[in-house]
Design a protein around this ligand. Structure first.
Ligand code: T46
Length: 139
């Protein structure tokens, strides 16, 4: 599994269309925004503020996370260092490549985490033991 440079991961702007007549905003994700075809969409909601979601890495799957409502933090870990991102705007998303450990925490009340992913659900793609992730990264 390749080394992932966390410095290369930043929040990505999602185009926003502001209604000139004050009807509010609309954000749109077209295929050029992501480096993969979206194969599945799921979302996390009603997450208690003390819950930690994620806690795994993916072997192949790539994903784009958006706080479509509320806020939460995403801690990414490449096996050597960690970096924390705060997602709190519906027009910014976090593109997570494969081979990165992730933990989602500090969910605000009413937060919704939308996830646009590159593959169908496959439990075989998950690395759910941190020690296992570290040893794969070392090898
Ligand atoms: C990720 C974070 C952000 C399914 O049956 N189908 C699905 O598409 C998904 C995503 C999950 N599940 C089942 C598997 C488990 O029995 O739903 C249950 C909860 O899944 P998990 O514990 O993996 O949930 P999270 O929130 O810890 O992780 C999920 C995604 O699995 C993961 O890819 O990056 O959200």
């Amino acid at each position: 599994m390749n080394y992932v440079n966390l410095d290369a991961i930043t929040l990505k702007e999602i185009p926003k269309i502001i209604a000139e007549d004050g009807r509010g905003n609309l954000s749109v994700i077209e295929k050029e925004l992501l480096p993969y075809e979206i194969k599945r969409v799921y979302y996390l909601y009603d997450v208690p503020s003390d819950s930690i979601r994620g806690g795994h890495a993916h072997k192949e799957l790539q994903q784009f996370l958006i706080a479509v409502a509320g806020s939460f933090s995403v801690v990414l870990d490449n096996g050597k260092e960690r970096k924390t991102f705060h997602l709190n705007r519906p027009n910014k998303g976090l593109l997570i490549p494969s081979g990165v450990w992730r933990e989602l925490e500090n969910f605000s009340a009413g937060a919704v985490c939308l996830s646009l992913v590159s593959a169908a659900y496959d439990e075989e793609d998950y690395i759910r033991e941190y020690a296992n992730f570290k040893s794969i990264k070392r090898s």
